[in-house]
Design a protein around this ligand. Sequence first.
Ligand code: UDP
Ligand code: MG
Length: 310
Amino acid sequence: MLLPSNIKNKRNSLSVVIPVYNEEKVLEVLHQELIKVLESLNMEYEVIYVDDGSTDSSYLILKKFAHENRRVKVIKLARNFGQQAAVSCGLDYSKNDGVIIMDADLQDSPNLIKDFVSYWQKGYDIVYHIRKKRLGEPFWKVLGMKIFYFLLTRFSNINIPPNVGLFRLVDRKVISILKNLQEEKKFLPGLFAYVGFSQIGIESERPERKGGKSKSFFKLASLAIDGLINFTTLPVRLIQLSSLFFIILTFILFILFLINKKGIVLIFTLSSFFLSILFIALSIVGEYLLRIHFELKRRPQYIIEEIHNI
Ligand code: UDP
Ligand code: MG
């Protein structure tokens, strides 16, 4: 059973987790802006930079930050594991009551942290950022995202808000639940929606990247596949839909054969018949695999938010 660990529910210290992959061009500006905002909050804070196998001078710059300021922590991963893994690592090492997750490239503006904190202190457990417009994003990315979110929301039973990335403040009690989830490949936007708790989104524009390079098409595609496989039954449903298609086709062809009695139509009818049997078999196997797949994740059957008088 999973119970949140932060029972006392204090809300007066912050951790900021930032995954960094080849961001040497933006780190100085980001760090300066971030520390300025954090200092102005008058809260206990720590910043955790997770270097995700950068090949430029990012790690050296981060070490310098850590050297200058004891509240800055740097973790270097042994190679590039991807944004989700880098963030998960930062979350595992974060200690404070609330955790901010943000990108290094200044697309997630540090100035929003103040708003996040004020909603959090009003009682929300997750405060996330909704992107109003995707400024400067290439067409393929906007279209790809649209299709991805359509499939994700249509074919999963949790409500994953569209146009929401990872930029958010998450309360310790949610982080403790997330840490206890056993699944290997954590698709965080999905998991944050999955855990529940009281959530609120703040909408604003998302500026362009301030330097460096954005994730490649392949990285994004693999992220999208992780999301769909981990949270939807879509691939197997497609196979099942195909069997339905072939069953209907068989019937139509058979009727056609009864009308005109041509040998060629009979051949097509039989082919379609055997294909439908094949797809039915695949659908059954797929259904078993789906169950094993989700069972293996060992997601809890339920998550408790609070208990009284027990
Ligand atoms: N990032 C990472 N590992 C990767 C790719 C990206 O840690 O393999 C970091 C990157 O440094 C940035 C964040 O994840 O802080 C978001 O990356 P990006 O800006 O490429 O994503 P986008 O804004 O295009 O979603
Ligand atoms: Mg970016």
